[in-house]
Design a protein around this ligand. Structure first.
Ligand code: HEM
Length: 410
């Protein structure tokens, strides 16, 4: 934690004090903003100061605009088509490494939702270089002034955000074509938006969501391998959704798909530690924290608190169906994978729609075999858990069904 004193919070009431009470403006995000800012720019809510222009920046985020729910509904079909194409490609491979392969699938689905197209390989590489640069700053043991950006950082940054600026300029020329992607919707609803600012927000979506969303899918498939009955139920529900185009209404009715995702977010939350820093000396939990001290808020223990969750370590999506979703809604004391209070994840609805679309599309088409259901090694990348060595294979459901028959008759 460095030279400053720190406090780890895992008590729901104290977390509410920092996240939700009127005192919340005493606590800023602190270091993390400084660490990731060169890669993420200053035009998103992520790095804004609560006591600065956070309210304005948050309100500008595409996922916070009044039309966000309609835009989400528009995304389902295009994302499903993109995910299905990724499934086709992964089916041809003898082996997959779930974390990087699902990250790429997620990046492509996000691109289709944001700008109606998958992006060139170079844009993905630039994104990863920017993310690695930020990660090096997050993990640095030295003061940040000694951490040099990697070779080609400025060029990659200019290309990455420049790509979105170019797309925005092209879209402005096509004005009136009624494309349904987030960029076109934004331009239609708020034509006065600055091209750079919109480009930064579109690019920021990948930093906010591509790692966390794909890691959630890795956790889900890992658990589903361990729990074949849950997987079979998922396959059946997913297949029933594919009768005609997938829609947000169908996803809303897909209770098992949702339960699997929520349970994955409980057992293996992708973002486990969030930080806050008092701007001035502050009293908390009976101690005085000097300005600049580090407060680490973790959901890991509360998501598995045996006093709250029966069989806390077991993946049981069914706990969501017997009133569990009402008992422990997202953002409550023992379940906050997207954080809590006014500064919780601004992309949570987007993430949930993506995750449901991805899980339903993948599960309807393939069984994701994972080589080992032993707990996997975890690192951290860009502040998000990074599962290591979770390898496996996609097997088409029809092929899987005949394999099962052969195994049964042997
Ligand atoms: C499973 C997927 C996701 C998880 C687990 C997740 C988790 C989180 C958490 C825990 C926070 C709060 C951090 C804190 O309190 O310091 C957060 C903030 C944020 N997330 Fe997400 N997120 C996900 C997906 C997304 C997506 C898809 C987007 C973009 C569309 C996004 C954009 C953001 C932004 C911009 C913030 C900062 C909000 C603010 O400070 O006002 N996230 N996320």
């Amino acid at each position: 934690m460095g030279p400053n004193p720190g406090l780890v919070l895992n008590d729901p009431a104290l977390i509410a004090e920092v996240y939700e009470s009127p005192r919340r403006t005493e606590f800023e995000k602190g270091n993390i903003s400084e660490q990731i800012r060169p890669s993420t720019t200053d035009d998103t809510s992520f790095t804004a100061e609560l006591r600065g222009d956070w309210v304005q920046k948050r309100a500008m985020e595409p996922t916070a605009r009044p039309w966000a729910a309609e835009s989400l509904a528009d995304m389902v079909g295009p994302m499903q088509a993109a995910i299905s194409e990724s499934v086709d490609a992964l089916l041809k491979r003898d082996a997959i490494d779930l974390a990087p392969d699902l990250r790429r699938l997620t990046f492509d689905a996000f691109s289709v939702a944001l700008v109606s197209e998958k992006l060139p390989e170079q844009v993905f590489e630039d994104f990863m270089l920017l993310a690695k640069a930020a990660d090096a700053r997050i993990q640095a043991k030295l003061p940040l002034k000694f951490v040099k950006p990697p070779k080609g950082f400025e060029e990659a940054k200019a290309r990455f955000y420049g790509h979105f600026v170019d797309r925005i300029r092209e879209a402005r020329k096509r004005h009136g074509s009624r494309a349904v992607d987030v960029m076109s919707r934004y331009l239609e609803e708020q034509p006065g938006i600055d091209d750079q600012v919109l480009a930064h927000m579109l690019g920021g979506t990948y930093f906010g969501g591509a790692f966390s969303s794909s890691v959630t899918l890795v956790g889900a498939f890992h658990q589903l391998n361990k729990h074949p009955q849950a997987d079979a139920r998922l396959a059946a529900e997913a297949a029933s959704l594919m009768d005609g185009p997938l829609t947000v209404a169908k996803l809303d009715g897909a209770k098992w798909v949702e339960a699997v995702i929520l349970e994955s977010l409980r057992v293996l939350p992708a973002v486990r530690v969030m930080t806050r820093t008092p701007s001035k000396d502050a009293q908390l939990a009976g101690v005085t924290l000097p300005a600049g001290a580090m407060i680490m808020i973790t959901n890991q223990h509360l998501h598995r608190d045996p006093a709250h969750w029966p069989e806390p370590d077991t993946f049981k999506p069914e706990r969501r169906l017997d009133g569990g979703a009402v008992r422990d809604p997202l953002g409550s004391g023992h379940f906050f994978p997207f954080g809590r209070g006014p500064r919780a994840c601004v992309g949570a609805d987007f993430a949930m729609v993506f995750l449901k679309t991805a899980l339903a599309t993948i599960a309807s088409r393939v069984k994701v075999h994972v080589d080992s259901t032993e707990p996997f090694e975890e690192g951290f990348f860009f502040g998000v858990v990074l599962p290591k060595g979770v390898t496996g294979k996609f097997v088409a459901r029809t092929a899987q069904a005949s394999l099962d028959v052969r195994v049964r008759s042997a």
